[in-house]
Ligand binder design. Structure first.
Ligand SMILES: Nc1ncnc2c1ncn2[C@@H]1O[C@H](COP(=O)(O)OP(=O)(O)OP(=O)(O)O)[C@@H](O)[C@H]1O
Ligand SMILES: [Mg+2]
Length: 294
């Protein structure tokens, strides 16, 4: 069953993202992951079979795997346990939703990079630094960094997030909190990257969002999903060029063959791109969790 529109859920909408619809239950939130796909910040009309279930299940897997490192916002992934009549939608919500504790989010995106790519690569090429920190000369696109780096950004209400230095983060949330975010982010990344490597996947970089619950730091939003992280095939990793993104490689490669300017409206996706993309998402789930997607 494909899911695009979640308006059958008669609750106040907390936020409608590109991929996820989040509903407000007062003390908690219901995160519903649809089968929508976006590239270059544009959402396509077509849906990707099983994508919502894969993204939600990958996040659920990692929240569980990392809960000894940092507590998280998950209350339940079992629709039978959802409040406010939501169990009536158990069939629609199964596998693709999560009931989470609503918490006060901190105004920062906590990015950790193990490899040189995207905006960090751009900064390095211009100034030899990443997040203001000097790196050795001669690094290439996709190279492994000397050690994983914490490179925070602002959480923009609209438009693109802006990278900031650690000192700028201190100015925003204070040094005690900034140190905690940095240390916990680096710990989460290293813990998960080690596991991913063991199944042949490089976790190149990732983004966390943290909040405060009962005075304690909690990791929220999504964690180590292909939408919040770059996953690369370890056996195909070769610095000096762009790596193939594990999940959207067929989509991106096909889009590059068009003369689309990357502004809406999005082009119509051919069936074979939809199917190959879906298969890649399922493969990511199965490799990471060691389980078949039912
Ligand atoms: N436990 C939580 N309590 C409160 N807010 C949360 C919690 N978990 C996630 N959020 C917030 O919910 C929102 C989820 O939005 P979502 O990521 O789906 O859309 P977006 O960030 O606006 O767009 P995009 O699709 O580009 O990610 C984020 O603002 C996130 O900070
Ligand atoms: Mg988001």
């Amino acid at each position: 069953m494909l899911l695009n529109d979640t308006s059958f859920i008669k609750l106040p909408l907390f936020i409608k993202g590109k991929v996820r619809d989040v509903y407000d239950l007062g003390e908690s939130l219901l995160i519903v992951v649809t089968d929508r796909i976006s590239a270059f910040d544009v959402v396509f009309d077509e849906l990707i079979p099983d994508k919502g279930i894969v993204l939600n299940s990958i996040a659920a897997f990692w929240f569980d795997y990392t809960k000894s490192v940092v507590p998280n916002h998950v209350v339940s992934t079992n629709p039978a346990e959802y409040p406010q009549g939501l169990s009536a939608y158990a069939e629609e919500l199964a596998g693709r939703s999560m009931l989470v504790k609503k918490i006060e989010m901190l105004p920062a995106e906590c990015i950790v990079r193990g490899y040189l790519e995207s905006s960090a690569l751009k900064e390095y090429q211009q100034t030899g630094t990443v997040s203001g920190i000097k790196l050795p000369a001669g690094l290439q696109q996709g190279d492994k960094l000397p050690e994983p780096m914490f490179t925070p950004s602002t959480k923009a209400e609209s438009g693109h997030d802006i990278n900031i230095t650690f000192d700028e983060l201190v100015d925003i949330i204070g040094s005690n909190m900034a140190v905690q975010l940095r240390d916990k982010s680096l710990e989460l990344y290293s813990y998960a990257a080690k596991y991913a490597e063991s199944v042949g996947i490089i976790l190149a970089d990732t983004k966390f969002e943290f909040g405060i619950s009962d005075g304690k730091l909690v990791v929220a939003d999504e964690i180590f999903t292909p939408d919040s992280s770059r996953f690369w095939e370890k056996s195909e990793w070769k610095p000096g060029r762009a790596q193939k993104s594990f999940d959207k490689q067929y989509l991106r490669e096909w889009l590059e063959t068009l003369d689309w300017d990357k502004n809406p409206p999005a082009p119509a996706l051919p069936q074979d791109i939809i199917e190959k993309t879906s298969a890649k998402y399922i493969e990511a789930y199965e490799r990471l969790t060691g389980k078949a997607l039912k």
